[in-house]
Design a protein around this ligand. Structure first.
Ligand SMILES: Cc1ncc(COP(=O)(O)O)c(C=O)c1O
Length: 439
């Protein structure tokens, strides 16, 4: 472990050039200028080495430039790079067949391929309106679904995502997410907090403002990502599913961050024992080649030719990268996400025992959140401490990423080893010891 002097001279020069020509809206975390990567390790343009606990926001699922993914892309690139979604090609169809096998539905799935997570969410919104003939939706406070006009309307993790962009899409009502660490609703005796949130929707939202018969869908992240790696209380999804069935509302799971094996199951919704109607996927699906997929139960997808489409959907490079990624996850990394994820959680809980500023350690598989608090003030969030930890860890060669108000997300490549977990946690320990004077 050593402290880098960052950014180095080459990185400084690239950042200077970037500032002249790249949109300033990108939320750069710290001055990392990547040169190359392998597995869970990244080297910057000055030759500094970093251990990666964030995978480019949960995207590099098989690690950086896995040889099998690279080979699949190279072979496909030599054959053809593009044909457009107006035509057919085998890898696209093979991928959709695979997605139908993996989909968390008891009936076959139909896929629509996109270029990003937000486009997968837009597709789900449009399909829900088209299929139900209804116009209105429910989303969750703290949710993140992307930044295009429809999905950003649902996004409710920070006001800056809306500031300056009104009017947004019409027809979305937000309700609290069942966050047990920071509940905002009072339960009846014996009532689970998740069921309480669903009762809030029924009594307060359907009871006062939104007719359930106009409601097309409920869009929800099974585990909130950008909002703070929040795992819903266990009574939530069964109650939500029952309510959706009662009123003919589609349950749309945004698995863009939580899916593709990150929790040790293909889809994080599988941890909660219910089936959604539509799933949005992206990020880790193709190891970083831009690809999103909206999957829906086959019986819901009746929209006619031409009603929805795109130019790059089913791009062959993205499809072969996804097929190689899925194969690697199936053979090795899905299991590793579960076992090494559990190991990481256990080690992080030990760290929590050492530092009172770690208020909560929560996670499933390799989707783990550490919530930082000011222990002198109960559970008061401590975003300043969180930011200092992220910055200091970067200087010591560990890449972290914040989320929520005062949370660090641990979302490494799914190929991470227990030894790499230990290496990263040792750096975190050193950083915490320095910032808290050992307590
Ligand atoms: C849960 C979730 N949905 C949607 C998106 C949007 O994906 P993209 O940035 O690829 O548009 C994100 C991105 O962070 C996400 O975490």
């Amino acid at each position: 472990m050593h402290t880098h002097s960052l950014p180095g001279p080459k990185a400084q020069e690239w950042i200077r050039r970037d500032e002249a020509v790249i949109s300033p809206s990108y939320p750069r975390g710290y001055p990392l200028v990547m040169d190359h990567g392998s597995g869970c390790t990244i080297w910057d343009v000055d030759g500094n080495r970093f251990l990666d606990f964030m995978a480019g926001i949960a995207v590099a699922s098989t690690g950086y430039s896995h040889p099998r993914v690279v080979q699949a892309i190279q072979e496909q690139a030599e054959k053809f790079i593009h044909i457009s979604s107006d035509f057919y090609h085998p890898k696209w169809i093979e991928l959709a067949e695979k997605m139908s096998q993996l989909a968390p539905f008891s009936e076959p799935a139909v896929s629509f391929m996109t270029n990003s997570g937000t486009e997968a969410v837009e597709t789900a919104i449009k399909l829900a309106r088209y299929t139900t003939g209804r116009t209105q939706f429910i989303g969750f406070l703290g949710g993140f679904h992307g930044r295009t006009m429809g999905s950003v309307t649902f996004t409710a993790s920070k006001p800056k995502y809306h500031h300056g962009f009104y009017p947004l899409m019409n027809g979305v009502v937000h309700v609290p997410f069942p966050d047990l660490y920071r509940p905002v609703l009072a339960c009846n005796p014996g009532e689970g907090y998740g069921a309480r949130v669903v009762r809030y929707i029924e009594e307060e939202i359907f009871g006062h403002i939104l007719p359930h018969e106009d409601t097309a869908g409920i869009l929800v992240e099974p585990i909130q990502g950008e909002g703070g790696y929040i795992i819903p209380e266990e009574t939530f999804f069964p109650a939500l599913r029952q309510m959706c069935d009662r009123y003919g509302i589609l349950l749309i799971a945004d698995e863009v961050q939580s899916g593709m094996g990150r929790t040790g199951k293909w889809w994080s919704i599988e941890n909660f024992g219910i089936e959604p109607d539509i799933v949005c996927s992206a990020k880790g699906i193709a190891s970083g080649v831009p690809l999103g997929v909206m999957m829906a139960r086959k019986s819901l997808v009746t929209w006619p030719k031409g009603s929805h489409g795109n130019t790059y959907g089913g791009n062959p490079l993205a499809c072969v990268a996804a097929l190689a990624t899925i194969d690697l996850l199936e053979k090795e990394y899905l299991k590793n996400a579960a076992t090494t994820g559990l190991y990481a959680q256990q080690q992080l809980k030990k760290l929590q025992g050492k530092y009172a500023c770690i208020g909560d350690v929560r996670g499933i598989g390799l989707m783990i959140g550490l919530e930082f608090i000011d222990p002198a003030h109960g559970k008061q969030a401590d975003p300043v401490m969180r930011d200092r930890i992220v910055d200091e860890a970067f200087l010591k060669g560990l890449l972290l990423l914040g989320c929520g108000e005062s949370v660090i997300r641990i979302a490494p490549p799914l190929c991470i080893t227990p030894a790499e977990v230990d290496e990263g946690i040792a750096i975190l320990d050193e950083v915490l010891s320095k910032l808290t004077n050992g307590a």
